[in-house]
Design a protein around this ligand. Sequence first.
Ligand SMILES: C[S@@+](CC[C@H](N)C(=O)[O-])C[C@H]1O[C@@H](n2cnc3c(N)ncnc32)[C@H](O)[C@@H]1O
Length: 317
Amino acid sequence: MSKVFVPPIKCQGIKTKLVPWILEHAGLREEGRWIEPFMGSGVVGFNVCPQNALFADKNPHLINFYRAIQSGEITRAKAKAFLDAEGEKLSKDGQARFNAVRERFNRTGSPWDFLFLNRSCFNGIIRFNSRGGFNTPYGHKPERFAQAYVTKITNQIDYVAKATKTNHWKFVCADFREVIGQATRADLIYCDPPYLGRHVDYFNSWSEEDERDLAGLLTSTKARFILSTWHSNEYRHNPSLGKWWDGFATLTREHFYHVGAKEKNRNPMLEALVMNFEPAQTEVRSAESELAEQLVLMEKPVKYSVTKKTKPRLATR
Ligand SMILES: C[S@@+](CC[C@H](N)C(=O)[O-])C[C@H]1O[C@@H](n2cnc3c(N)ncnc32)[C@H](O)[C@@H]1O
């Protein structure tokens, strides 16, 4: 693939860097639907760009935002006007303006304010307190909404707007248990749930019980599925892989997370894709293909990648 589309909303755990790898295995049948029960930013499905899709998430603000684009409430032109106006106030009043918009968002749930906060808060983190209030702090960039940045965001909005017009996409606020049950044999389910034991907030928590339910649903689905999860880091292995996903085809790949800009803060992590069908190809990735991908993403990416292939537990069909 030549270029990864980056969506207008950011979130923690966003899979932008892993999109080319996931897409190698995400071929859809003509009559099949793309079902994404943990859509987050939507970066994976938006790059698949299927004709038929069900995008879902438990966080209503993500869903409201994408529905507002789909309905034409949020357009490129209106977003430019909104971000220009709010950007000017931010540049004048900084923290005070950010706090005022955050307080307004927590009263009204406006998708416009969600966009503003997501793009001006600390690191694009979506975090809600125990009362469901957005509580990520200010990113301390008063000049955040400079023209180039506004243009970038409005182009991203326009891409989604066009895709929702030419395709049949549905955005639903629901728990994954409701969504996976709707899949049929022709569909492909892509799951990227929160990682167990990471952080917990109002819309984004994950327990052993959730993992067990997800494994139960995916093990018995007639659809094909791909699950993103972590395999191991320098300290430990993901215990869920052996407990719930043993016997499914598992691909792994090294990925670095950056905490700050310093080289010493690069944290290696082996990411995994678990699937109930034969992977599209055996991943023997050359240094050139890694380099090509680095150039596409223009970020510091993987050092090397590994494939571990086990005999897949195939979907019953
Ligand atoms: C790791 S993020 C997904 C990131 C996404 N793949 C991306 O690249 O942007 C996990 C998402 O799952 C959602 N979520 C958490 N618990 C859920 C549940 N029980 N049912 C549905 N969605 C849930 C969160 O709101 C969050 O958006």
